[in-house]
Design a binder for this molecule. Structure first.
Ligand SMILES: NC(=O)c1ccc[n+]([C@@H]2O[C@H](COP(=O)([O-])OP(=O)(O)OC[C@H]3O[C@@H](n4cnc5c(N)ncnc54)[C@H](O)[C@@H]3O)[C@@H](O)[C@H]2O)c1
Ligand SMILES: N[C@H](CO)Cc1c[nH]c[nH+]1
Ligand SMILES: [Zn+2]
Length: 435
C-alpha cells in the first residue's frame, strides 16, 4: 500500500461510529477565539466606522490607506484592470457569466394572485432586496468566479445597489476580480475584507452606506462575522471553508478522484475532502495519487495541511451504506463518481450541490457549469441551500376582502380575537360588521 497520511475508517470496524462522530464534529468552524476576535472587530467598526476599518485593513491585509476613499475602487481602476486581463481569460469569464445568468433566470419566482372559493383575493408579490453587500474572498487566493456567482443572481433579481468588498492583501488585487465585477454590473467596490468588511456593510461607516443583506463565502472570520450581524442585516447562509465528499465505485479513475479531492484541499488549510468507496484497491490508489499530485501543486502547503488534518478515506462494505453517511456529513459538494449516479441521487437528502457521474468534476461547477458555487458548509446543507435568485428577493403577501367576504369570515376572526384576550382585534372586525 502507498503511504497515506489521511484518516482511514472502515464502516464495519468496532470504533467506526465514535470516529465518524469525531469527523462530524470537525474542528474547522469558528473556534471561540475566532468568535471573540470577530465580536471585538464588529463592535469597534460599529463605534468608530472608517477609522477602525482602516486600522484592521492595515493590520490583517498589510495595506496602509490614508482614508477610505483610497480603498474605494474607481471607474478608472476598473477600466485599467480590463486592459490587463488576457482576451482568452475575459472570454472564459464572459462564458461563465452567460451560463450563470441563464441558469439563474429560471429561478425568478412569479407573482401570484387568485380568488378563493368564497371570493377572497390572495396573492404573493416578489420584490428585490434594495441594497446587497457581496463578500468576495481574497485572503489566500483570489476569486473572480465568486464575483459572478454572487452578483449575477442579484442582478437577475433586480437588486439596485450591489456593494462588493474584497480584501487586497499587500495592496495586490487580481485584475480579473475587477473585470468580473464590471461584467456582472457591481455598483461600488471597496478593497476591504474579513470581519471589518462585514461590519462596514452591516452597520455602515462614514463612507459606506449600510446594506440590507450580506451574501458570499469567506474564511472562518467572515463566516463568524456574518453569523453575528444576522438580524441587523439578512445573510444568505454560512458559506465557509470548502468541502467535498466523493462517493466512488470501482470504475472510478483514482487520479481523477485524487485531483477532485485536492481541488477543495487547495482552497484552505481547513478545507475538507473525503472519499467514500466500497473498493479497497481504489482507496489505496487514490491515497497514493493524492500524495503524488500534492507535490505538483503550487499551493502544496495549503492542500497538504487540509488533507492531513481534515481529509478522510472511508471504506464501506457496500455503496448502499455510503449515502446515509453522506447525508450525515451534509457536504457542500457531493460527487457521485459512480456508474449509475441517478440511482444514488434519489437517496441524497443533505448536500449543497451534487455532481453526477465520472465526467462532472466539482471544478466545472466552480466556474462554468451555470449553477452557483456559493454553497452551505459545515453541515448547514441540512437546513440551507446554495445561493440563488431567491436570496435576493422577498415575498409580500396580499389579501383583499369585500364586505361580503368580511361577513363570511368576520365572526370566526372575532371569536379567535376574544379567545386570545385581544379585544381590539375583535373590535376592528366587528366594527365593520356593525356587531
Ligand atoms: N463555501 C463557498 O461557497 C466558498 C466559495 C469560495 C471560497 N470559499 C472559501 O472562502 C475562504 C476564503 O478564505 P481566505 O482566507 O482566502 O479569504 P477571506 O477573504 O475569506 O479572508 C481574508 C480576511 O480574513 C481576515 N483575517 C485573516 N486572518 C485573521 C486574523 N488572524 N484575525 C482577524 N481577521 C483575520 C482578514 O481581514 C482578511 O482580509 C476559503 O476558506 C475558501 O474555501 C468558500
Ligand atoms: N469551490 C469553491 C466553493 O467551495 C468555489 C471556488 C471558487 N473558485 C474556485 N472554487
Ligand atoms: Zn473550488
Amino acid at each position: 500500500m502507498e503511504s497515506c497520511v489521511v484518516l482511514r475508517l472502515t464502516n464495519t470496524s468496532a470504533d467506526f461510529e465514535a470516529r465518524f462522530a469525531e469527523l462530524l464534529a470537525g474542528k474547522r468552524e469558528a473556534s471561540e477565539d475566532v468568535d471573540q476576535i470577530v465580536r471585538d472587530i464588529l463592535e469597534d467598526v460599529r463605534k468608530r466606522g472608517d477609522q477602525a476599518v482602516l486600522e484592521y485593513t492595515a493590520k490583517f491585509d498589510r495595506l496602509n490607506a490614508v482614508e477610505m476613499g483610497d480603498l474605494k475602487v474607481s471607474a478608472e481602476q476598473i477600466e485599467a484592470a480590463l486592459t490587463e486581463v488576457p482576451a482568452e481569460t475575459l472570454d472564459a469569464l464572459q462564458l461563465a457569466h452567460d451560463r450563470i445568468y441563464s441558469h439563474h433566470k429560471r429561478q425568478l419566482p412569479a407573482d401570484d394572485r387568485y380568488t378563493d372559493p368564497i371570493g377572497v383575493e390572495l396573492g404573493s408579490r416578489w420584490t428585490a432586496v434594495e441594497a446587497v453587500g457581496v463578500y468576495v474572498p481574497g485572503g489566500l487566493a483570489s476569486y473572480p468566479s465568486s464575483v459572478l456567482m454572487n452578483v449575477v443572481p442579484a442582478k437577475v433579481a433586480g437588486v439596485e445597489r450591489i456593494v462588493m468588498v474584497v480584501p487586497s492583501p499587500d495592496d495586490v488585487l487580481n485584475p480579473l476580480v475587477l473585470a468580473a465585477a464590471k461584467i456582472a454590473g457591481v455598483s461600488e467596490i471597496y478593497r476591504i475584507g474579513g470581519a471589518q468588511a462585514v461590519a462596514a456593510l452591516a452597520f455602515g461607516t462614514q463612507t459606506i452606506k449600510p446594506v440590507a443583506k450580506i451574501v458570499g463565502p469567506g474564511n472562518a472570520f467572515v463566516a463568524a462575522a456574518k453569523r453575528r450581524v444576522f438580524g441587523t442585516v439578512g445573510i444568505d447562509m454560512i458559506a465557509g471553508p470548502s468541502e467535498v465528499l466523493v462517493i466512488a465505485d470501482k470504475y472510478s479513475n483514482p487520479d481523477w478522484i485524487a485531483a477532485d479531492l485536492l481541488a477543495q484541499a487547495e482552497h484552505d488549510p481547513v478545507a475538507q475532502s473525503i472519499l467514500i468507496t466500497d473498493d479497497a484497491e481504489l482507496a489505496d490508489h487514490v491515497a497514493g495519487a493524492v500524495e503524488r499530485q500534492l507535490k505538483t501543486l503550487p499551493r502544496e502547503e495549503v492542500a497538504r495541511a487540509s488533507w492531513q488534518d481534515f481529509g478522510a478515506i472511508i471504506l464501506v462494505d457496500s455503496l448502499d451504506n455510503a449515502m446515509p453517511l453522506a447525508n450525515r456529513l451534509a457536504p457542500e459538494h457531493l460527487e457521485l463518481a459512480v456508474e449509475d449516479p441517478e440511482q444514488l441521487l434519489d437517496k441524497v437528502r443533505n448536500a449543497g450541490a451534487v455532481f453526477m457521474g465520472h465526467h462532472t468534476p466539482e471544478a466545472i461547477g466552480d466556474y462554468v457549469g451555470g449553477s452557483n458555487h456559493v454553497l452551505p458548509t459545515a453541515r448547514s446543507a441540512r437546513f440551507s441551500s446554495g445561493l440563488s435568485v431567491l436570496e435576493f428577493v422577498k415575498r409580500t403577501s396580499i389579501l383583499k376582502c369585500n364586505a361580503e367576504n368580511l361577513r363570511a369570515l368576520g365572526p370566526a376572526a372575532i371569536a379567535l380575537g376574544e379567545a386570545e384576550g385581544l379585544s381590539a382585534h375583535a373590535r376592528s372586525v366587528s366594527i365593520r360588521l356593525n356587531m
